[in-house]
Ligand binder design. Structure first.
Ligand code: ADP
Ligand code: ZN
Length: 526
């Protein structure tokens, strides 16, 4: 399998030019690589597409021995190794999908010093310890290092044992890499991987060519189709949906409407998945409708838009997924549609999911941060980068910058809604979802309202100043501001402690006015 031996490059820049054929390192790559070549440890936080792989691949070539890369994604190992073999780099992987014979062959090459890079699934580590003792190791790279964070959105228990790398091989330099890096995750990576002494490299997380837009969900597919037709006709894109079923439906629907769209999710057989993925990569203008399972390690530079038809579970996930747009630096769109129903559904999934209280608490915080991003009246990018600990200025290339939302004093509407909830609880000992509450405020004459006697509430019909849509907007914003919360399996609304100040007239509520959001792309603007 291994390519014929090639002389070891003397310097990193030699390796970059002779093996990859690139002219120069990007941003911090050179410094990161020097750190490892010197034998020191590094923690690297770089956005998706920033060029993390070279940070460990190049020093693995320059240093004596094999670079051992721990990576959680078995499906990707194969592709990465293939790509390296194409470049003439001697690479292999060890994971549980291989036969014993295949593994033996890799082990032989490793011991003979004939591997530049070895990719390893984390669960193999305990089994291959003795093997690594006998092989010359250039460095350890821990890819997707945020998987070690129990608070993070992508925790993998196997990652916890990676602290043995330092205990067992203290003199071998290590590099931990991730694209998701809140201040807390950063600290956790350093602590759990025993990397407190490592040099920290934080690249800018900004992707200025991506235009961020978040719109209230009306008919999400129709909204998406308009964007594709008006701004991205014939261009490649990824459409993320929460469920397999909606992936299928969206792909079919787009196809019926003249868009070249394919489905991708874990429920499809391997052949179909591989075929669809390769069409997406090779053909022009294919739109991939997918669950979040799709996209890890996909390196397609000209993805012009990433759309979310459902609310992502966390800002980290959202940022990683939108980061797959515009890797070539050309103008691209990240568009998300979300509605109240998304919040209710996600809350329910957290409540019903397995995971202890601490885990659920973490998931709730992730959801809250995502909601806050959706409902902000400030620049989306400022909010997004701020979340990753990076201060920035208004960007001029997001929906709130391009069409600043009008805000209004929403104290009175908020009080009307909150007091309706309080009254129902007090007088009827009942809690309801947004739909019914809005019906009461609008004074609708429904069978349910009459049966429950809610037409006799003092807040019945006092909300005529806003439309049904606008009231739903109020509910979403009060959720995002922590004045309301969704509870229980039916997604009923309850007021929070903070809401007391609003009801008591001690706190003002600013709301964004619902409006037709911008649908202008960077391209149309130019
Ligand atoms: P990440 O792992 O951070 O998402 P990759 O390592 O996959 O990013 O790199 C993204 C793309 O950028 C790849 O196509 C890679 O070959 C390319 N790239 C990385 N560094 C350089 C460089 N110094 N010059 C040119 N292209 C680069
Ligand atoms: Zn902005």
């Amino acid at each position: 399998v291994a390519a014929p031996p090639r002389p070891r490059p003397e310097t990193p820049i030699d390796a970059l030019r002779s093996v990859w054929g690139y002219d120069a390192f990007r941003d911090q790559q050179a410094e990161i690589i020097d750190t490892l070549v010197r034998g020191d440890d590094a923690i690297v936080l770089m956005p998706t597409g920033g060029g993390k792989s070279l940070c460990y691949q190049v020093p693995s070539l320059v240093r004596e021995g094999t670079g051992v890369v721990v990576s959680p994604l078995i499906a990707l190992m194969h592709d990465q190794v293939d790509a390296l073999l194409q470049l003439g780099v001697r690479a292999a992987y060890l994971n549980s999908t291989q036969s014993i014979d295949e593994r033996r062959a890799v082990e032989r090459d490793l011991l003979a010093g004939e591997l530049d890079l070895l990719y390893l699934a984390p669960e193999r580590l305990p089994v291959v310890g003795d093997l690594l003792d006998r092989a010359p190791i250039a460095l350890f790279a821990i890819d997707e290092a945020h998987c070690v964070s129990q608070w993070g959105h992508d925790f993998r228990p196997d990652y916890l044992q990676l602290s043995i790398l330092h205990e067992r091989w203290p003199s071998i330099p290590r590099i931990a890499l991730t694209a998701t890096a809140t201040v807390e995750t950063r600290a956790e990576i350093a602590e759990r991987l025993d990397l407190q002494g490592a040099r920290l490299f934080v690249s800018s997380f900004d992707r200025p060519n991506i235009q961020y837009r978040i719109a209230p969900k009306q008919d999400a597919r129709g909204q998406l189709l308009r964007i594709i037709r008006e701004e991205h006709p014939g261009e490649a894109g990824i459409v993320y949906c929460l469920s397999r079923k909606s992936v299928e439906q969206t792909a079919t629907w787009l196809s019926q409407n003249g868009v070249e769209a394919l489905p991708y999710h874990a429920g499809l057989d391997a052949g179909t998945r591989a075929r669809n993925q390769s069409r997406f990569l090779r053909e022009e203008g294919v739109v991939m409708c997918a669950t979040v399972a799709f996209g890890m390690g996909i390196d397609k530079p000209d993805v012009r838009f990433v759309a979310h038809l459902d609310l992502p579970k966390s800002v980290e996930g959202y940022y990683q997924e939108t980061g797959r747009a515009g890797r070539d630096g050309e103008p691209s769109t990240a568009w998300l549609a979300y509605g109240l129903q998304d919040v209710v559904q996600q809350r329910r999934m957290i409540d019903e999911g397995d995971g202890d209280r601490q885990r659920k608490r973490a998931q709730t915080l992730h959801l809250d941060a995502m909601l806050a991003l959706c409902e902000t009246v400030e620049c989306r990018r400022v909010q997004l980068l701020g979340y990753f600990g990076q201060p920035s200025e208004r960007c001029g290339n997001c929906d709130t910058c391009l069409a600043p939302p009008e805000t209004l004093d929403g104290t009175v509407p908020a009080q009307k809604l909150l007091s309706t909830i309080v009254r129902l609880q007090r007088e009827h000992r009942q809690q309801y979802g947004a739909g019914h509450l809005v019906d009461i405020l609008l004074g609708k004459d429904t069978e349910r309202i009459r049966r429950l006697g809610h037409d006799r509430l003092s807040t019945y019909g006092i909300g005529g100043e806003l439309s049904d849509q606008e009231w739903r907007g109020v509910v979403r914003q009060l959720l995002a501001q922590g004045l309301l919360e969704v509870q229980g399996e039916y997604g009923v609304l309850a007021i929070t402690e903070a809401a007391g100040d609003v009801l008591g007239g001690r706190r003002e509520v600013r709301l964004r006015r619902e409006q037709e959001r911008v649908r202008r792309s960077a391209k149309a603007k130019a």
